[in-house]
Design a protein around this ligand. Structure first.
Ligand SMILES: [Zn+2]
Length: 85
């Protein structure tokens, strides 16, 4: 008989692997090296501004705001973790 996994199981495995599970997740990929990837106060890779680049600050933002920031940056051509592989 096939085992049935709840979706949460896959989400947990993905987050253990360091993979993203939500558009609201921190968008930095390995190419982001703060502060060397910063130019004019903005990360040239993921598009976050320097103050947004702090993981503590990022977590303090509402989920919807984080999603909007990621969508806007992705649309402008920045490489966010959720889309860029
Ligand atoms: Zn970055």
């Amino acid at each position: 008989m096939a085992k049935i996994f709840k979706l949460d199981t896959f989400k947990n495995i993905a987050s253990l692997r360091g993979e993203t599970t939500s558009l609201a997740d921190y968008p930095c990929i390995n190419a982001c090296h703060w502060p060397t990837s910063m130019e004019n106060g903005r990360c040239t890779v993921c598009g976050l501004y320097d103050y947004q680049h702090s993981p503590v600050f990022w977590k303090s933002l509402p989920k919807l705001e984080r999603k909007m920031i990621n969508l806007n940056n992705s649309e402008k051509g920045y490489k966010i973790k959720q889309i860029y592989k």
